[in-house]
Design a protein around this ligand. Structure first.
Ligand SMILES: Cc1ncc(COP(=O)(O)O)c(C=O)c1O
Length: 396
């Protein structure tokens, strides 16, 4: 108990079920090392290192000057919901209307709200593992039961649909899909999605399809389960602005879902955030309707860095790395080093000054892997490769 406090803090029981996102903790540790004068290369955090494109920043500043400094509607401004509906209709080839769109502060609230709205105590939720850690954290927090499905390196980090079928039970309420995927960079192609849709069949199971990296694909095309016949009403599509437009700090994302569920999510917004920041939403309209060339430029730069970093990792003793098809992460297999993931990630930070994440930060099936974000300059990525190589030569 902290000294100045006279009584023990009595937390609600559910707080013990809340997990975390290790990236923020590693970032803190890395910053502490920097304060001691050590140089650290940051490959731990999942955010574009680019600035938000100028036209979007200008739209946000304009909106502030025009007085978008007040509350707005809980589900988002009609013009932004309309822009999103048109964009999703076009990109997912399915008719979406603005009453099916809920704008929220970032992609994360859609994960939380979906679980709050749909999963009762004891309901089962199938989620990818290794996967974004917030899924399991939130599933547990709402009292539901997480059911991990293993992503397999030999399948390009997708899962086996027969395994999915074996995990579905009478209690399965929700299946979470994420493509392109964090942390592996795996992508579900059209055939994978069709196979998943076939296995789910006409069961009364909802799908949360996290497509926040959909514009960051290096091979093939993005395909959403929402496009599949009969799946529109059972899909909650999560997308946003953080990764596509380098807008992580603006806090804006959205969900697309059947209108009756959209009403319920809007009630959750009213009860929690009231609304997403008004000027941010005006910047969002510009992001969607304005010039898209910055998005393509960033994508090509990430591809270039991915190629260089993966090629470099594959030359390092004990590392072997698939070329990820999407997102801005690489996920090398490090079992041949003889080290477990967590001690290796710690040693690379403490002894080589390279901050990365242990695969186990993304669930038990992440053992044997590390995650590096390539959202850093080529110069820093090359520096990191040199440091890791040197470390392995000294220690393996
Ligand atoms: C798979 C996945 N979904 C959702 C999010 C949340 O994004 P936001 O910052 O918009 O809340 C992230 C962020 O890292 C992510 O990797």
């Amino acid at each position: 108990m902290p000294k100045a406090l006279k009584s023990e803090l009595r937390l609600a029981g559910r707080m013990s079920r809340l997990g975390t996102e290790t990236a923020f903790e590693v970032l803190e540790r890395a910053r502490a090392l920097e304060r001691q004068g050590k140089k650290v290369i940051h490959l731990e955090i999942g955010e574009p290192d680019f600035s938000t494109p100028e036209n979007i920043v200008n739209a946000g500043v304009d909106a502030l000057r025009k007085g978008y400094t007040h509350y707005g509607p809980s589900a988002g401004f009609p013009e932004l919901r309309q822009a999103i509906a048109e964009e999703v209709s076009r990109s997912r080839k399915v008719q979406v209307t603005s009453d099916e769109v809920v704008v929220v502060p970032g992609g994360k609230p859609i994960i939380f709200f979906t679980l709050l709205a749909l999963a009762d105590t004891g309901d089962e939720v199938i989620h990818p593992n290794p996967g974004f850690p917030i899924y399991e954290s939130m599933i547990r927090y709402v009292g539901a039961q997480p059911v991990p499905i293993r992503l397999r390196e030999d399948r390009g980090f997708t899962f086996d649909v027969e395994e999915l079928e074996s995990l579905i039970s009478g209690r399965t309420r929700l299946i979470i899909l994420n493509s392109p995927q964090n942390p592996t960079g795996g992508v579900l192609d059209k055939q994978d999605i069709r196979d998943i849709a076939r296995v789910i069949g006409d069961r009364d199971i909802m799908v949360l399809s996290d497509e926040i990296y959909c514009r960051l694909i290096f091979e093939g095309e993005h395909y959403s389960i929402m496009t599949e016949p009969d799946f529109k009403d059972r899909t909650i599509l999560l997308d946003g602005f953080s990764k596509t437009y380098a807008m992580t700090g603006w806090r804006m994302g959205y969900g697309v879902m059947r209108p009756d569920l959209a009403k319920q999510m809007t009630r959750l917004m009213t009860n929690s955030n009231s609304c997403t920041a008004s000027f941010t939403q005006m910047a969002g309209v510009e992001a969607i309707r304005g010039d898209q060339s910055a998005v393509e430029k960033m994508r090509l730069e990430f591809q270039h860095r991915r190629d260089a970093f993966v090629a470099g990792l594959n030359k390092i003793k004990g590392f072997s790395c698939l070329l990820p098809k999407g997102a801005f992460y690489v996920f090398p297999n490090i079992t041949a080093t003889g080290w477990k993931s967590k001690p290796l990630a710690d040693a690379l930070l403490d002894q080589a000054g390279v901050a990365c994440l242990s695969g186990t930060s993304f669930g038990e099936f992440g053992e044997g892997y590390l995650r590096f974000s390539v959202a850093n300059s080529l110069e820093n990525l090359n520096d990191a490769l040199g440091r890791i190589d040197e470390w392995t030569k000294r220690n393996l």
